[in-house]
Each structure stands twice: as C-alpha cells, then as structure tokens.
Design a protein. Structure first.
Length: 473
C-alpha cells in the first residue's frame, strides 16, 4: 500500500514537472549549447551585437551570438579585473604593481579587426575606486574614479595623458557610457558629455543614493529601478518585494525583465504594470533585437535560449510577485501606489518619488497633518514606531493607506540632517565633516536636508545657514 502511494506521488510530481517544462518550452524559440564557457560567462548586448564573454584569470573569450564573425580568445600577462565595451571595442583592465607604484593596464581589443595583437594603455600611480568605476567613450578617452579620491572623475586620452578632472560632490559608485555620454552614478546621476571636456551637466537629481546594478540600470535605496535611455533617466518600477540587488535585470525602451527565484517577471516601462510571470531557470538574461536571451550553464557548456519579447509583453497576466501577498490588482498598482496621492500648499510633495520636503524645522506631527491634503488614513513612523506627537524629523515615514493599497512617503526637514527633528550641534558637525571630506552621514534624504539653499551642493553657505537655524532654536 505504501509503495502504491509513493508511486502515485512520484507520478503526480513528474506530471507537474513535465507541465511546468512544457509551459517554459512553449515560449522558447530555440536553444543551443556552446562548449568551453565556464559558469562565470555572461551576456552583453550592444547596439549592434550580442556577445557571450568568459573571463578566466588572464584569459578572455569573446563570441558573438548573432553572427559567426567574432569568436576570439585573448591571453594577457595579468589577471583581468574588469572589462567594458564602447563603439565596437572591448577594454580589458588589469591591475599591475611596478616597484612602489600601482598602475592600471588597459588593453583595447576590436573584434572586427583582431589579429592576435592589441594596444595597451598604462596609467601609473592610480588604483580604481571599484570595478564599475571605469568607462570609455568612442574616441578612446578613459574616465575613472580613483580609490583615494572617490568623489571625482579623472579623464585621460587613449594614450593615458590626463585631460580633465570632474568633481561630483559625493562618492561615485558606477560609470558607464550611453549615446556617447559618460554617466557618473552617485547620490545624483551626473552625465559628462565628451563633445567638450568642459561640458558637464546634471541629468537627474535623485533624493536617494543609487546602487550600481548593470550598465544603464540603477537601483536606489528604496528598491526603485531606473532605466537610462536616450539621455533620460526613467523610473521603471519598484521591486521592494523581489530583492533587486540579488537579481538579474534587463531593459529596453518598452519593458523591464527581472529574473527572480527561477521566474521571469516582465514589466511595462510606461504603465509600470506587471505583464507576465514565467517559470524559467537561467544564470543571466539580456534583451536584444526584440528577443530575450537566457544563459544557463551545464559543466563546461553555456546553454543559450531565445524567447520572443512579444510573447512576454503581448499577453496581460495579472500575477503575484514573489514574497508578496496575493491581490486582484496588477502588482505595480500596489507596489508603486500611484492610486494614492498627497498634495500640500505649504510643502513640496513629489508623488512619484514619494517625498514630502521643504518642511520647516520645529514642525509638529499635528501641524504636518493639518497642512497636507489626502483622502485616506495617515500614520507617521519614526524608526518603525508610530509617532503621534512631537516634532517631525528627516527620514521619518508618512504612511497613507486605504482598504486597497498603501503609500509611504519620506519626510525631509530643512536643516535636520540627523533625523532628530531639530537643528543642533550634531547637524552642524555633520555638514562640517562633509565639507572637509571626512566620513559623513549625509546621504540620500539627509544630504537634501543639509542642502539649505537647494543648489545641489553642500558647502560653506549651507553650513552658515545651518548655524543660523541652530542659533534661532
């Protein structure tokens, strides 16, 4: 009897597995394997080609998946620490130690003309901030952030001659090139045009620090995903329930696809709605030429699968994102909470970024509630506990909710850059330390609170205004 029960369970599980596999296979247009690619190989989609790249110590293997033209292997004298691609060229970076001097070796490999030789540029007495803080433009100019000067970018020509230094004001976490502009990611996203060495500009000012993900995709501390396309930075969707820092995410002008817990979640960039959820196993994903490519590994083989983007986006499927509770609305309508809005004639309210700012220091909870307009329940939280009385402080969370959804807004009080609800000696010290370049708490909303004159820079002017606010207390 037990054997029959076990047999029945085994058959049932097998049927479930087969049905699941069929649902995935029905989406795949084709699959094929490539020998000699380790589990560290990754996909790279460019404007013209789709590559698979395998970095193994001193060796780099590059193969084009959309043409048989490029299939090369390059052996260097040092271990490869990072690589980048721009305008038909790969740039492989290695760290070298020559005597008492650190150096960066940058080797340029052009797949369409590679004949076994490559050019190497040496930049001496420098080490990278991190592997994501080096980028190249179409002219071969090099942009990097020094480990000992993480708030600025140094620009070099293709021969390694220093050209220009750009000060960004806060620690740079990522550099990348798109449409011949170099983007520097820090508390704000800056772009640097290579058309003129002196041409710099602010692309977007975000109130939260960005975390680097992959090229042209960013995530802030509130799990919002941003996509950089056509020199614009667009909010794509909020992934608070799907652990964005641990996942593979790819995007184009129409959609964002996230790989999480062996499922693909496809979001529409414009409506921010979840379109489809598909079970699949993969180590890497990327969108290229209206197809989604999936990379998985088996031993020393790389397995490539292709899925039409149309099949992922044309059918609207209301489904539940992982780690969230079931509901009948599209996921994004609950996650992003665009059906709840707040207004105020006194304060600045950003309903897309969920920020309430320009609040005067000394404002009480009762005063805040009185000067906000909303048609739902209101609760203020400080460090996870409900705050009913006392002063409002930077970093507190105002929660607006009804029976169907909830919206969380972060509070910013001018001058209160420590979140205590007032301006005191600790706020002055935080601003002073930041100006001196010392370790500081001024990140995200606290940076905005310390920017007293709202010029996107914290300097002595802000220190004087903070001191003035302190003297009036």
């Amino acid at each position: 009897m037990k054997r029959q029960i076990l047999y029945s369970i085994t058959v049932l599980l097998s049927l479930i597995t087969i049905i699941s596999c069929l649902s995935v296979k029905s989406l795949a247009l084709s699959s094929y394997s490539l020998n000699g690619f380790s589990g560290d190989s990754r996909l790279l989609a460019t404007d013209n080609h789709l590559f698979i790249i395998d970095i193994n110590g001193k060796c780099a293997k590059i193969k084009s998946l959309d043409t048989d033209k490029y299939d090369i292997s390059v052996q260097f004298g040092d271990n490869i620490s990072s690589y980048s691609y721009c305008d038909g060229k790969f740039y492989f970076c290695r760290n070298s130690f020559d005597g008492a001097v650190n150096s960066i070796l940058i080797s340029t490999v052009a797949p369409d003309s590679y004949d076994g030789f490559y050019n190497t540029t040496v930049i001496r007495d420098i080490s990278l901030n991190n592997e994501s803080t080096i980028a190249f433009d179409s002219l071969g100019n090099i942009y990097l952030s020094h480990k000992n000067d993480r708030k600025s970018i140094k620009m070099y020509d293709k021969n390694g001659t220093a050209l220009k230094k750009f000060d960004c004001g806060s620690v740079i976490t990522q550099l990348f090139v798109q449409n011949n502009k170099v983007y520097a990611v820090c508390d704000s996203l800056l772009f640097i045009s290579n058309s003129s060495i002196a041409d710099t500009g602010l692309e977007v000012n975000n109130l939260y620090p960005f975390k680097p993900m992959q090229e042209n995709l960013l995530c802030d501390s509130f799990s919002n995903i941003y996509v950089c396309l056509d020199n614009k930075v667009n909010l794509a969707f909020n992934t608070r329930s799907i652990k964005p820092t641990a996942e593979k995410i790819t995007a184009d002008e129409d959609c964002v696809v996230c790989l999480c817990d062996d499922k693909l979640f496809t979001y529409d960039i414009n409506s921010k709605n979840l379109l489809t959820s598909t079970a699949v196993k993969a180590d890497d994903i990327t969108l290229f030429n209206s197809k989604l490519y999936l990379l998985s590994h088996s031993g020393n083989q790389a397995i490539i699968s292709e899925i039409s983007k149309k099949k992922l986006t044309s059918v609207e499927v209301v489904t539940t994102a992982p780690h969230s509770t079931a509901h009948t609305k599209p996921v994004s309508s609950v996650i992003n909470n665009y059906d709840l809005s707040v207004t105020s004639s006194e304060y600045s309210v950003d309903n897309s970024k969920k920020i309430i700012s320009d609040i005067t220091v000394g404002t009480t909870v009762a005063q805040l509630k009185k000067k906000l307009s909303y048609n739902c329940d209101f609760t203020l939280y400080y460090k996870g506990k409900i705050r009913k009385t006392g002063n409002v402080g930077t970093g507190m969370t105002a929660v607006f909710s009804n029976d169907n959804s909830k919206a969380e807004y972060t509070i910013i009080v001018k001058g209160d850059c420590t979140g205590e609800g007032n301006v005191n000696s600790r706020d002055k010290k935080a601003v002073f330390d930041y100006i001196l370049g010392e370790q500081s708490v001024l990140n995200g909303v606290y940076f905005t609170a310390a920017d007293m004159n709202s010029d996107l820079v914290i300097d002595t002017k802000d220190l004087l205004l903070t001191a003035k606010a302190y003297s009036k207390r």
